[in-house]
Design a protein around this ligand. Structure first.
Ligand code: UD1
Ligand code: UDP
Length: 361
């Protein structure tokens, strides 16, 4: 056993699957460890099924908690497994607490860390993800930057590890699964609108803020095109806590659904007019040749400037007046670009696996 993959949330499953498949195709025996950061079927096992991944070898079953508790509990449980198995390298993807725990635990045991999706920066100090990704980048031995922009950020910060520009594995996943999604998913038939805006929001600095979340609810209820909104459990919890869940759920303009499975989500992205979201991965997926949609980014900043520079994404902020205007403008005059994706050609997983195999030989 020479390579371990540590993951634990919905986007990590999607973006690590192409790396796992490529490593296994090259004959590598991979130790797959799930932290349990996401544990609902709709955020975890449903993705393992849709992606056709094998079950993880270990589930740490850490669950939800405060930032410190969750990270520390993961490190504590992961350390025992890594000490027993001592893989030559540990791969992590993105910027979640699972990534921070995976990277720190491994380097403290002298195990080499590979960070997939390295070099992204929002420069927003409110985001736990910004600390996670910066720390992971600065302790990693191998840094897999998805774009030239992210590679040059890493160069300018003088990271210790070796930087490789590989593309983003989310494009591999889109290219592999969009056609299957269109064949298998029934979700679009159940949507009561012919034309709609697809909405997601789960970012802590948005949905844990009552003013921002209430402003979003008002905007969606009054939007000039109907809304389809798969609700992240964090957002559902906060809508209930702020007493505004029923208002959103009872609106005829809004079709609220549980978190969508991957195939259903890809099918909705294909069929919507445009996307309104604070997600990171969705900004990238929307540029994929098999999807090509505009994304209005419900945030003050983005760590994905490439999506903005190619015309696929526009950062619209979180102020209710600004977001209502941005949605109205997009409905009346939005145009989807046709330029190639800035996130690679769908070979990132293979590129990363090759570099990992060379590094551990
Ligand atoms: C986490 C990541 C975020 C990523 C997102 C992907 C961090 C700091 N955040 O955010 O970067 O974009 O995953 O979706 O790592 N919950 C459930 N069921 C679950 C998991 C969570 O109900 O299976 C609820 C719990 O109330 C929990 C809350 O969601 O407290 C937040 O979960 P958590 O994993 O802390 O963060 P996410 O918001 O999911
Ligand atoms: N996604 C999904 N169902 C949903 C919402 C998102 O399958 O209801 C997928 C989406 O295709 C993308 C990923 O989840 O690949 C993004 O995850 P999320 O927005 O939770 O996290 P982020 O990318 O912001 O870290």
């Amino acid at each position: 056993m020479t390579t371990a993959i540590v993951l634990g949330t919905r986007p990590e499953l999607i973006k690590m699957a192409p790396v796992l498949f490529a490593l296994e195709d090259m004959g590598e025996e991979v130790l797959l460890i799930h932290s349990g950061q996401h544990y609902d079927d709709a955020l975890s096992e449903s993705f393992i099924r849709d992606l056709g991944m094998r079950k993880p070898d270990y589930y740490l079953e850490v669950g939800s908690g405060t930032q410190g508790y969750q990270t520390a509990e993961m490190m504590h449980k992961l350390e025992k497994i890594l000490m027993e198995k001592m893989p030559e390298s540990v791969l992590v993807q993105g910027d979640t607490n699972t990534v921070l725990a995976g990277a720190l635990t491994a380097v403290k045991l002298g195990i080499k860390v590979g960070h997939v999706e390295a070099g992204l920066r929002s420069n927003d100090r409110r985001m736990p993800e910004e600390y996670n990704r910066r720390i992971a980048d600065h302790v990693s031995h191998l840094l897999f930057a998805p774009t030239p922009d992210s590679a040059s950020i890493l160069e300018s910060e003088k990271v210790w590890g070796k930087i490789h520009m590989t593309g983003n594995t989310v494009i591999d996943a889109c290219e592999r699964y969009v056609q299957q999604a269109e064949e298998k998913s029934q979700v679009v038939k159940d949507i009561p609108f012919d034309d709609f805006i697809l909405v997601t929001a789960h970012r802590a600095e948005n949905v844990d803020d009552q003013t921002v979340l209430s402003g979003l609810v008002e905007t969606l209820i009054n939007a000039p095109l109907p809304i389809v909104y798969p609700l992240h459990p964090r957002t559902k919890k906060m809508l209930e806590q702020f007493g505004i869940y029923d208002k959103l759920a009872n609106s005829e303009n809004v079709h609220l659904i549980p978190p969508a499975g991957y195939f259903d989500f890809l099918a909705m992205m294909k069929n919507c007019r445009f996307i309104f979201s604070d997600s990171g991965g969705i900004q990238e997926e929307a540029t994929s040749p098999s999807i090509r949609k505009r994304v209005l980014v419900f945030r003050r900043s983005t760590e994905r400037p490439e999506a903005v520079n190619t015309g696929y994404a526009t950062v619209v902020g979180t102020d209710p007046e600004d977001i209502a205007k941005a949605i109205a403008d997009e409905v009346s005059q939005g145009q989807t670009p046709s330029v190639p994706s800035p996130y690679g050609d769908g070979t990132a997983g293979k590129n990363i696996a090759k570099i990992v195999m060379e590094a551990i030989q």
